[in-house]
Design a protein around this ligand. Sequence first.
Ligand SMILES: O=C(O)CCC(=O)C(=O)O
Length: 328
Amino acid sequence: MAAEYRDLRKKLQSTHDANSSNKQNERRNYYYDREADSYVDTLRKLHEGIQQRRLFSDEESSQIESKIDEVVATGDKGLYKKYTVDRAPLRNKYFFGEGYTYGSQLLRKGPGMEKLYPVGEVDEIPLWVHQLVIKPLVKAKVVSEGFINSVAINDYQPGGCIVSHIDPAHIFDRPIISVSFMSNSALSFGCKFSFKPIRVTDPVLCLPVYRGCVTILSGYAADNITHCIRPQDVKKRRSVIILRRVLPDAPRLSRAELSLISQPKVVNVPPDFFDEVFDRKRKWKSNPDSLRKKTVQKRKLQSSIAWAKHDQTDVEEPKNKALRREEK
Ligand SMILES: O=C(O)CCC(=O)C(=O)O
């Protein structure tokens, strides 16, 4: 009897386990299916917004690559305007026609805060870009004549990257066109970056970008999902020419704003920094406790000076200005 009872308990337990694991599986499948659904949906929308064409032959690519080398050399000699060249570890960027503030250069950070540099602050689009790159794109009907007014060249060293971003839609029209050179790589969509050490999550889609190949982004691929170049996908030096149209109403920095961002110390101060400092000071002054704390602090300082004078004849002047003997 006792044995049967034990069996029955085991049976009940095993039925319960089976039921709950079935339920868990059902639940899991439900979420997997939903994830799979949305993943397939995302992929479909992504693919709709991506076009690729192998437009530049080996020979044409080599010709363009030697022009890119000239750009790098001109930049290294310091012959470009200040805002044409943007240097980052393992990745240099060269802006022509139009350039814009992004990332740490922004006065106010975050998507939508990017602004064009004042007219004339970056170099003109080089003639070779018109002749060797834009003309074939127009001929192949990738873009209409006169569409492109902004060109950026990224030059990556092995292990270089560009973090996940969406090209600001208030600055750049769609489509966004890029042509890859020097080596094959991959453009990844939907990755998250973390730093120190640098880590990148698995992409939703990893799109090969071959040398001489044109990639055209529009719709969902340009507007609703981030793209990036992961460090592990730059095995050899790689360059890309990004061809875009700056919108006529894109916001532009005034010269006064430009002078603020060209002073690194000011750039790093958030816009409400001084308000906060003055606010804190005001609050501190209006607090009756503050005066008492100040007196105690002063007494502590005096006693440490007294200690220094008393115990050591050759005391080094304290680094803290408040602890130094009276300065004449
Ligand atoms: O290197 C690439 O192909 C993409 C570069 C890019 O997205 C950018 O510079 O905004």
